[in-house]
Ligand binder design. Structure first.
Ligand code: LCS
Length: 399
């Protein structure tokens, strides 16, 4: 099995296909074998004891490690240019395991106010019960992020671009602020995928992904991954994941290994469609405003050019007719499917205030820029003209 460190010169597209996935040693199978087993036989009691003592690196039990899952971990670690990765049952298992491993009672977290709803709710509702305090701040405002840090801050947790407002946080500045405070920086890179943004390059200590989204890309798996800048940090989190039990399953890992091979192709195809859709939406008389990192005149264009290789395929917009017009549009589109999630080959559209971010109070939502009329569009890989025709029909009916 190849290790990502063996291939530092491969481009990201090549790594998608090959990193962690050399033909298997037993039969030469080109596609990775699915080691669908809960446990692994020891050759002797001595060997079993050595594995538990960490003196023999062989496998023990799938909750603690499995060869198919490890191939995915090596693959994503290579894509993100990290020292190692841990695959998890879902993106939320990655987020909650990370918080559990790094935070103790009395610690303080600075978190982007616009993140996937449950990522902040787990801090505000659950970790708060164990004495972890968190500040939700607009981290796209670097000064606000700096001002929120206290002498108890142990973690800065950001999402950029953010779900669903697409606010952009400066990763290098966030890393500087975290490290000056003796804290760590975690970046949820789900919206970009490693094709468009590699936060470790800008100083992040941990990268979080819901692999449910772009990395798997086919709307048929829920999963997550944590990628670490250093082995040392991964060693702090790995035993916690093993004990909490939010590990991935081998079959789930195999499906993601299949999906990740086309990550670059899918991300670029969806991005090209999204750029066309964003321009179309921005020019349409029924649309009040569009947030998309690729639109001309974006106030953070310099930062976007510095830290992102492209604007991606998520768009959020407001209709002039507000929430009623939104309901009408979401109900009338034929190609864009009314569903939460994103990052798959199919175009999805949803209403954050009543769906993905419904768990937040309306006050928190409005403070974070998630207005009642905001619509989030996750553009897929369908034919561009078909998508534009669907939006033209839906939007024209509103005026
Ligand atoms: N991080 C981000 C940025 C997400 O968008 C999501 C899920 C998660 C973490 C959690 O990952 P999961 O456990 O679902 O794999 N976002 C969703 C969304 O926007 N609509 O449905 C799920």
């Amino acid at each position: 099995m190849s290790h990502h460190d063996d291939h530092p010169k491969w481009s990201t597209d090549t790594k998608c296909i090959h990193a962690g996935q050399a033909p298997d040693a037993l039969f030469g199978a080109v596609a990775p074998p699915i080691y669908q087993t809960s446990t692994f036989a020891f050759e002797s009691t001595e060997q079993g004891a050595a594995r538990f003592a960490g003196k023999d690196s062989g496998y023990i039990y799938t909750r603690l490690g499995n060869p198919t899952i490890h191939m995915l971990e090596e693959n994503v670690a290579a894509l993100e240019e990290g020292a190692g990765a841990l695959a998890t049952a879902s993106g939320m298992a990655a987020v909650s395991t990370l918080f559990f491993a790094l935070l103790s009672s009395g610690d303080h977290v600075v978190c982007s106010q616009t993140v996937y709803g449950p990522s902040r709710l787990v801090l505000e509702r659950d970790f708060a019960r164990f004495g972890v305090r968190s500040a939700m701040v607009e981290t796209s405002d670097t000064q606000a992020m700096r001002d929120a840090v206290t002498d108890k801050t142990r973690l800065i947790y950001i999402e950029t671009p953010s779900n669903p407002t697409l606010a952009i946080t400066d990763i290098a500045e966030a890393a500087r602020i975290a490290h000056e405070a003796g804290a760590l920086l975690a970046v949820d890179n789900t919206f970009c995928s490693p094709i468009l943004q590699r936060p470790i390059r800008f100083g992040a200590d941990v990268v979080v992904h819901s692999v449910t989204k772009f990395i798997n890309g086919h709307a048929d798996v829920v999963g997550g991954v944590l990628v670490f800048r250093s082995e040392e940090l991964m060693k702090r989190v790995k035993p916690v994941l093993g004990f909490l039990g939010g590990t991935m399953d081998p079959h789930q890992a195999w499906l993601v290994l299949r999906g990740v091979k086309t990550l670059g192709l899918r991300v670029r195809a969806a991005q090209e469609n999204a750029s066309a859709c964003a321009r179309f939406l921005a020019a349409h008389p029924a649309v009040a405003s569009v947030a998309y990192p690729g639109l001309p005149g974006h106030p953070q264009a310099d930062l976007i050019a510095r830290q992102m290789a492209g604007p991606g395929s998520l768009i959020s917009f407001e209709l002039k007719g507000g929430i009623e017009a939104g309901k009408k549009l979401l109900g009338s589109l034929k190609l864009a499917t009314l569903a939460v999630s994103l990052g798959g080959v199919e175009t999805l559209i949803q209403h954050p205030a009543s769906m993905t971010h419904a768990g937040m109070s309306r006050e928190s939502r409005l403070q974070a820029g998630i207005t009642d009329g905001l619509v989030r569009l996750a553009v897929g890989c369908e034919d561009k003209e078909d998508l534009l025709a669907d939006f033209k029909e839906g939007l024209d009916a509103l005026i």
